[in-house]
Design a protein around this ligand. Structure first.
Ligand code: C2E
Ligand code: CA
Ligand code: CA
Ligand code: CA
Length: 278
């Protein structure tokens, strides 16, 4: 509640105090969850649209809460970002994902060209030691750097600072691939695509939703695909739920896709049938 007549908050506001307590409690719970191994990494297949062949998987974190069951990232990533816990949590996801890929590569020789894609938040990106963490995760797992893709958001790439340029260059120098996640939802300045060494554009689900039913959405998706082609970037559409969407995207020239139509994110063992069947 605001103090009467001004735009300052009262020094002691019981409601705000309760919020802070709740946040401290949640932060503590998240830290404990990480320490006690309550997080799990799910994997969602990425396919080539023309053949529906599996080409990669995206690592998506879940919280397997002892009382509340499996909780999706939208419920805890924002708090993890606000508190900084995303840095150790993100490092843990990265290590798990690299190790999982190594296990799959050892078990399924036909899967050696499958790549692992890991989400990076802006906060992780700014934290010191990111490049070292990525290098360490790759080395510990013993996977080729080229089989790891890091997904970055447009907002992160828009922050055109010396630090951003240097970190991206250092990551590229390791040999990892870079993808722009949720493409089209950020600011529409496209200059960063030319300036930064990205490899993949992930077309946001909000364009995919209407691609088979709305002329405008189809035109937007097509524009993104053409932009990718012009800049020599691969295009991947996320959130594909119907065959109409899939064939429309393929017709527009989009190469790769991901979505419930092909497979939902699932625990590692559930993906293995797809790896074996390649
Ligand atoms: P995202 O990176 O855009 O991931 C795609 C989200 O869309 C995932 O939600 C996925 O389950 C969902 N999805 C995939 N296909 C379909 C579909 O056909 N239909 C619908 N309705 N949804 C689909 P999820 O797993 O709940 O993750 C939400 C967001 O949380 C992710 O969005 C990502 O931004 C963030 N996130 C997840 N794991 C991590 C992580 O390890 N680190 C960081 N920094 N962020 C993460
Ligand atoms: Ca993503
Ligand atoms: Ca996305
Ligand atoms: Ca998203």
């Amino acid at each position: 509640a605001k103090a009467a007549g001004g735009n300052r908050y009262a020094i002691f506001d019981p409601a705000m105090h309760a919020d802070l307590l709740a946040e401290a409690q949640q932060r503590y719970e998240l830290e404990r969850a990480l320490a006690e191994g309550q997080f799990v990494v799910y994997y969602q297949p990425i396919v080539e649209l023309s053949s529906t062949r599996l080409v990669g998987v995206e690592a998506l974190v879940r919280w397997d809460h002892p009382e509340r069951g499996v909780i999706g990232p939208d419920a805890f990533i924002p708090l993890a970002e606000a508190t900084g816990l995303i840095v150790p949590l993100g490092r843990w996801v990265l290590e798990q994902a690299c190790r999982q890929l190594a296990r799959w590569r050892a078990a399924y020789p036909s899967a050696t060209d499958v790549y692992m894609s890991v989400n990076l938040s802006a906060r992780q990106f700014q934290a010191p030691g990111l490049v070292e963490d990525v290098a360490a995760a790759i080395a510990a797992a013993g996977i080729p750097a080229g089989r790891l893709t890091l997904e970055l958001t447009e907002t992160l790439l828009m922050r055109d600072t010396v630090a951003t340029v240097e970190a991206l260059a250092a990551l590229k120098a390791l040999g990892v691939k870079l993808a722009v996640d949720d493409f089209g939802t950020g600011y529409s300045a496209l200059g960063y695509l030319r300036q930064f060494p990205v490899d993949i554009i992930k077309i946001d689900k909000s364009f995919v939703d209407g691609v088979a039913t709305s002329h405008e959405d189809a035109v937007l998706a097509q524009t993104i695909v053409q932009l990718g082609r012009t800049l020599n970037l691969q295009t991947l559409a996320e959130g594909i739920e119907s065959t109409d969407q899939s064939s429309q995207l393929e017709a527009l020239g989009c190469t790769y896709g991901q979505g419930y139509l092909f497979a939902r994110p699932a625990a590692a063992q559930q993906i293995e049938g797809l790896l074996r069947g390649r």
